[in-house]
Design a binder for this molecule. Structure first.
Ligand code: ADP
Length: 451
């Protein structure tokens, strides 16, 4: 095992990685921006290195500063968390060149899966169903128009390098296609440095269901079942759960999804923790959309129902250990729900609401876990994603997990910050949630009063 690991991230995930390292007797190095001095992840780590001013380009995305911090402190490995540099193949490559272990898959695999067109091709070649659409990049508008007619509207135009819901446009009729193609090309180029676009059929009323996989460096891999992530706003997940009630009630679907995820991961020689994402139609037909070559925000619901410490395994696998878990060791225990707590105002179109936290008393109790990057007397700054903490509720059944989550949301004291806490509580009480009758568009419709 490593003796010292640097965490190239911030907030709740950096805080949590520090704790996993501590529990394994591994020294931790935090890096932080000027805006994050004194935050819990910085205080909890054994060492902390200031890497730059608040804007991410000058701090958390500053590869030179992060690698210098690793060299200075003698860290042998870097955990990138999620977001930021976690899916940056160039950074993974630089780590390798400097003899520092990047805790994740190889740069080549990140590159291959980071290009969504290449990822589709790889998945299809491995026999995994992909959404009907273009075989490769779309070069000209006439080809796009002909293909869209052939697969049928509505279609989605997507940027090959896209992520976080950015660089994606839903097109309902032919007259709107040209504009969507142009805007996705522009968005891909400006946000991801890649103007390549492709086309997919829009699966109506779909669910977003993803499968967690874990592979060691010796070719052994397992899946850890699925997560239901259909409750989204602006293509961003808000509430996630495991297992998926829809999968549980559709015979054969779980086995098929998990096998497909393993096949996609095997096809590229995947290593470490990864997630294969699918859209699933109301009939239970499923299609690969992308693979995330990193830890997901929502990984704790999987940890809760399987009892597997995913970050712990990420470290072991990166250090070369054999994954000693067999598929038959993994089973589903009850149900778990995650709610993302944001500093935002639901009454004002969910605008981010940075501010000062005076009192912060997270909930506790049976089956409750809070992964948080904040504490009392701390500032939520406008520089970063406004997610401040995640609530995890685990119980013997979905009903039990839901009532634990609702009680915890009621008890949570975060003052005087404006958050979506009450909104989350309300959603968990809605019929659509209780009966699990929702698709990826439900939450957006609900917010607009149209659900
Ligand atoms: P990103 O990498 O930006 O998150 P994804 O390809 O994962 O983009 O898609 C984001 C979300 O958009 C998915 O969670 C799903 O809800 C929806 N989506 C993506 N592709 C399709 C599709 N072909 N049909 C319907 N919904 C889709």
């Amino acid at each position: 095992m490593f003796k010292k690991v640097l965490i190239a991230n911030r907030g709740e995930i950096a805080h949590r990685i520090v704790h996993v390292l501590k529990s394994r007797g591994v020294a931790s190095v935090a890096v932080y921006s000027e805006a994050d001095a004194g935050t819990p992840h910085v205080k909890a780590a054994d060492e902390a290195v200031l890497i730059g001013p608040a804007p991410v380009a000058q701090s958390y995305l500053n590869q030179d500063a992060i690698l210098a911090a690793a060299r200075e402190t003698g860290a042998e490995a870097i955990h990138p968390g999620y977001g930021l540099l976690s899916e940056n193949a160039g950074f993974a490559r630089r780590c390798a060149e400097e003899g520092i272990v990047f805790i994740g898959p190889t740069a080549e695999v990140i590159e291959q899966m980071g290009d969504k067109v290449a990822a589709r091709t790889t998945a299809a070649a491995a026999g995994v169903p992909v959404v009907p659409g273009s075989d490769g990049p779309i070069d000209d508008d006439d080809t796009a128009a002909a293909l869209a007619e052939q697969i049928g509207y509505p279609v989605l135009v997507k940027a090959a390098g896209g992520g976080g819901g950015i660089g994606m446009a839903l097109v309902k009729k032919p007259t709107k296609l040209a504009r969507a193609l142009a805007s996705c090309r522009d968005r891909g180029a400006s946000s991801f440095g890649n103007p390549t676009i492709y086309l997919e059929k829009f699966i109506e009323q779909p669910r977003h269901i993803e499968v967690q996989v874990l592979f060691d460096q010796h070719g052994h891999g397992i899946h850890l079942f699925e997560r239901e992530c259909s409750l989204q706003r602006r293509h961003q997940k808000v509430i996630e759960e495991a297992p998926s009630p829809f999968v549980s009630s559709t015979p054969g679907l779980r086995e098929a999804l998990c096998e497909a995820a393993l096949a996609a991961a095997r096809a590229i020689g995947y290593r470490n923790a990864g997630t294969v994402e699918f859209v699933v139609s109301p009939d239970g037909d499923f299609y690969f959309i992308e693979m995330n070559t990193r830890l997901q925000v929502e990984h704790p619901v999987t940890e809760a129902i399987t009892g597997v410490d995913l970050i712990g395994w990420q470290l072991d696998i990166a250090a070369g250990a054999h994954l000693t878990l067999a598929q038959s060791d993994i089973s589903i225990d009850g149900a778990a729900i995650e709610c993302r707590l944001y500093a935002e105002d639901p009454a004002k179109r969910f605008l981010p609401r940075p501010g000062h936290i005076e009192r912060f008393v997270p909930p506790a109790g049976e089956g409750i876990r809070v992964d948080s990057g904040v504490g009392p007397d701390q500032e939520i700054t406008p520089y970063y994603d406004p997610m401040i903490a995640k609530l995890l509720a685990h119980g013997p059944s979905r009903e039990a997990a839901t009532s634990r989550a609702r009680a915890a949301l009621e008890a949570w004291v975060i003052e005087p910050l404006t958050t979506n806490r009450v909104f989350l509580h309300q959603v968990l009480g809605e019929d659509a949630f209780v009966t699990a009758q929702f698709d990826t568009g439900w939450l957006e419709r609900y917010v607009k009063g149209k659900a």
